[in-house]
Write a protein that binds this ligand. Structure first.
Ligand SMILES: N[C@@H](CCC(=O)N[C@@H](CS)C(=O)NCC(=O)O)C(=O)O
Length: 201
């Protein structure tokens, strides 16, 4: 059984939502970052970065929320969270999976720290461009790949929920609201949100 190392009120939400979507039993290992548990020697062997979420699957250990999404989606194909190799949707699936850590994360950091960078040199351009591109992609829906929900929606939906609804770092936009409402209506999202809030541990 996979072990998910997680902490309440953290980016662990992405991995909790993912595991709940699979429907496969998994073990949650509370690694409360408010107590410094992420710096224990035991946890550092799982993720030397000392950050949650992290995942242990037998002898394999890994971290990084988007990478966990990719790994688990491929490990449990019956959950249908990733287009199969050769499927035309696979290109967009990988694009959005990487867009979350590569573009949304630095855009959020830029907004929080209020720093300016040359947008030609910055890999994410700038925060406005990131959220404008995402807004256009979410216009049609219901999901990033059209009718098919995928692990890319878990990576993007979690980041967007964090930026728009939890921390109100960017103004709501109609397509963001419709998309986040759809994410929130999923039972797996709701179970993960309860756990991430520390209400069901
Ligand atoms: N790039 C990582 C970021 C994970 C991350 O920053 N986790 C924070 C909580 S939201 C953490 O574990 N902080 C504890 C620490 O740095 O000591 C990912 O996407 O999974």
């Amino acid at each position: 059984m996979m072990k998910l190392y997680w902490s309440p009120r953290s980016r662990s939400f992405t991995a909790l939502w993912l595991m709940e979507e699979t429907g496969v039993p998994y073990q949650r290992v509370l690694t409360d970052i408010s107590t410094g548990a992420q710096r224990s020697l035991e946890f550092l062997t799982v993720n030397p970065m000392g950050k949650v979420p992290a995942l242990q699957d037998g002898d394999a250990a890994m971290a990084e929320a988007a990478a966990i999404c990719a790994y688990v989606a491929e490990r449990y194909p019956d959950a249908a969270l990733a287009p199969a190799l050769g499927d035309v949707h696979r290109a967009k699936y990988l694009y959005w999976l990487f867009f979350a850590p590569s573009c949304i994360e630095p855009a959020i950091a830029q907004l929080a720290a209020k720093f300016e960078m040359n947008s030609v040199a910055a890999g994410w351009g700038d925060a406005k461009r990131v959220f404008d591109v995402l807004e256009a992609a979410l216009e049609d829906g219901p999901w990033l790949l059209g009718e098919t929900f995928s692990a890319a929606d878990i990576a993007i939906g979690s980041s967007l929920n964090f930026a728009v609804r939890q921390f109100k770092m960017i103004s709501p936009r109609p397509s963001f609201d419709r998309y986040l409402d759809r994410c929130e209506s999923r039972p797996a999202f709701q179970r993960a949100a309860l756990m991430a809030a520390g209400e069901k541990m």
